[in-house]
Unconditional design. Sequence first.
Length: 457
Amino acid sequence: MKKVTCFIFLSFILISAFADINEKLLEEVRKANSFDDERIGYGGEESELYKSAEDLVNSCTNLEILNLIKDESPVVRCYTAYFIQDKDVEADWYSILLAEIEDYDKLFFQSYDILWSSYAGDFIIQNLFDKLNETEQNSIKLQLVQRQSKLSLAQSVLQDEIKSDELYEAARKWALAGNPDAIFSLAKYKKTEDLQLIKTLKDKSDGLYFRACLFNVDDSYKPELRDYMISIMPEKHYSNEWKWFYKLVAAFHDDFSKEIFDMAFSDKMNKDIQKYHLGYIYDAIKDFNDGFYDSYLKTLWVQHDKIDNGVIDYFLRTDKGFALDAMKKTLINSEEYFMNTETLDYVIKVLNKNNVDLTEYFERAILKDSVTTFRIYMDNIRSVQIEKDAIIKAMKSRLKTEWNTYVCIPLYSYLISLNDKSIDDFLVKTYKKNKKKYPKWSQPEIERILNPIMKKK
């Protein structure tokens, strides 16, 4: 009997301590006024708040989780939604998310050094939306519009391609109240009675107006589009609405389209901002595979480095000689592809497959490219003619003066794999000379790479 009593008493103490820990974690998260991602700050330090919230949610029963999702703190609610999105927690999720449609508590979110704000309702619905079936999801979308919710999700529904009689009626009611996104959403229904209302978008949002016009491309738009083009040519700052302007122009697919595009390429365009115009034009025409815009696509590739895998494949089918020459030009300008490394990687693989000698391009990149594009060349180093002395010479030359270990480590790794004594001697000598230049965290990694040959020294 004493043993049983002792066990019960011990269990009570453990449960109480566990409850105290939960309460402590809960209060810690409640005090926060922002949602931290797992890593925050420029250096990507681990967030203590994130870890506390994770421990809190993981230590809760399903019933406690349902209380947390309704907590007074938007930070607690958002963390709960985040950590249970993949958990099998039984609940009336439809009713819970329905209540979130008007959850306008705003909070800051941080990931690394990026900071932004959002409504708690947007975050919670997005994270838990997959817990609903298709019928429930459609109902939430309809309710967002019917209730004229301030959540950005309502805006997303209005700008989405989904259509229904109920959505149309709800959107039209909101449009008559002057909401620009609701007015735009009417365009996809192509109803004559909405045309005048849609035209009012010109005074509210040029971007939405151009997008709305895409549902009914008509020659009557051309004079105002020409005037708009003339008005933006001297602009010193780019605008996102230009994306939709150029898509609308491209949709005409005629001499008018080329007239407007030629204006963007002309000397009359503000040179400081021209690259943004050309980027939007590329985005507008890259999926036209009928040859009509080929001259523009070629110029944008060769002279302005605007290219992606789909357009490469298109020209490989239609003008292979041009495509191979243009890809060589891409490798000469590879630093321009630091935001488009997938395409740079594809270019290397395609040229190698077509038996193009890539030695001179690899030599240049190894000597001069920054770490982002340099990495793409090193990832492909074994698929090209790397035995050539020029490549080895370039690697050794870069390693002599390089301090960025994200460049040095791949070079050490590759060169040591050649099992050449003279190269091994060079590597040990270089490391000893440059060791103090490298960050302390990287030194053990480089020494691990060099360990097989350093033992022999």
